[in-house]
Design a protein around this ligand. Structure first.
Ligand code: SF4
Ligand code: SF4
Length: 378
């Protein structure tokens, strides 16, 4: 079977307490995947399935895994076809030279660093209160790593992750706006561009396209600064509405469009879950300690889930909640976020015609595969 993306959570232990993450309310036992299970997963994946991308993350900080680099090497020794390897890290451990060297010498293609913070205040929403790492040291260590990647003329891409909170459900619950204006994207881009100005792989600033932030825009936007550096601007959500406060409740949905179920998500204890948002492993389809990927994804439970969700039918409680509508508890009023779909499509055609065509094509394919009901409901 083909999975566009495989998430292997090698640990759910983390050294941060980001307010936008459900890590602190995670009910799973904390732990790390042992090498034997990891090898079993990788062998099984490359022998019987295909994927384009492997990411070492669901929750937790992957660089805390004591044999992280050994795991990356193992994948590279076993891969039978080209696959992009990506790690998403909070960047705290880049303060260590050994980690920077390890990343540089590894065969990772993308090193995603969830910077999120554009100043000291936002940074403090990320790290534990007693963290000895201050904002300057944190940013400086990321900068030194970026310089090294450019100097080595490596093929690795460093992707710096930022959040936008335009019309985001996140701001209903947390009074912390992250990026809300195009000018902020411009400032962030400028500050990172200044760092890499002299390198030959750098794109001249005037040629960089800064995206606008359309209210309710949900597409991820990547701003390319050089062959080795990009800024990734993502919308920020409430993790299946799990981070919602007591002032709100969720009206569950029975129908709705999901775009994550096609991936394969493996938790650090070996459970296969429906998507990378199932942070508590509420809906485990089976465990890879005792079964193969194939045995799990051909089980009735899994195939029923896939069949239903492909047709936009939400049968699992966590999916119903995830796609559900947030309502005010006192008035029962539904919270509507974002502009009507035609406005989003207008800006999508204007700003990213390629992405629009891709989205339209995927919808056509699903339309023919799943019929009119899907089209109307999604
Ligand atoms: S670093 Fe990642 S896993 Fe850890 S708390 Fe922050 S978002 Fe969550
Ligand atoms: S609808 Fe279900 S499978 Fe899709 S993202 Fe939400 S919880 Fe995951």
């Amino acid at each position: 079977m083909f999975f566009p993306r495989v998430f292997i959570e090698i640990t759910n232990i983390c050294d941060s307490t980001c307010i936008y993450c459900p890590n602190s309310i995670q009910e799973r036992k904390r732990g790390s995947m042992d090498i034997e299970l990891f090898k079993k997963v990788v062998d099984d994946l490359f022998s019987n399935h295909k994927t384009k991308k492997i990411d070492f993350h669901i929750l937790g900080e992957p660089l805390l895994h004591r044999i992280f680099f050994e795991m990356v090497s193992y994948i590279c020794s076993k891969k039978k076809y080209p696959v992009t390897l990506e790690v998403t890290t909070n960047g705290n451990l880049l303060i260590k030279d050994s980690i920077q060297k390890g990343l540089l010498n590894s065969e990772l293609d993308i090193i995603g660093i969830s910077v999120r913070a554009s100043d000291e205040h936002e940074y403090r929403l990320k790290v534990p209160k007693n963290s000895p790492l201050n904002y300057e040291d944190y940013i400086e260590s990321i900068k030194s790593f970026i310089r090294k990647v450019h100097e080595a003329n490596s093929n690795q891409l460093v992707s710096l992750g930022y959040f936008h909170t335009v019309n985001s459900a996140f701001t209903l619950v947390f009074p912390y706006p992250f990026i809300t204006e195009k000018s902020q994207i411009l400032n962030v881009t400028k500050s990172w561009h200044d760092l890499i100005k002299g390198y030959k792989q750098t794109i001249p600033f005037e040629k960089i396209k800064i995206p606008s932030l359309i209210a309710g825009w949900s597409y991820e936007k990547n701003v390319s600064l050089s062959r080795n550096l990009e800024i990734r601007i993502e919308g920020n959500g409430l993790w299946q509405n799990k981070l919602i406060s007591d002032d709100y409740f969720v009206k569950e949905a029975s129908f709705g469009k999901c775009s994550l179920y096609d991936n394969l998500s493996i938790l650090c204890n070996g459970d296969i879950v429906g998507c990378c948002l199932d942070i508590n492993g509420e809906n485990s389809f089976g465990n890879l300690q005792h079964s193969s990927i194939n045995e799990i994804i051909t089980s009735k439970k899994y195939t029923d889930f896939k069949k239903n969700i492909e047709k936009s039918r939400l049968t699992l409680p966590l999916c119903k909640r995830c796609i559900g509508t947030i309502c005010k508890k006192d008035s029962g009023k539904e919270i509507k976020l974002g502009p009507p779909r035609f406005i989003k499509y207008y800006y999508l055609i204007k700003e990213s015609p390629g992405l629009f065509l891709k989205t339209a094509w995927m919808r056509c394919v699903k339309y023919f595969r799943n019929g009119l009901l899907f089209h109307i409901l999604s």
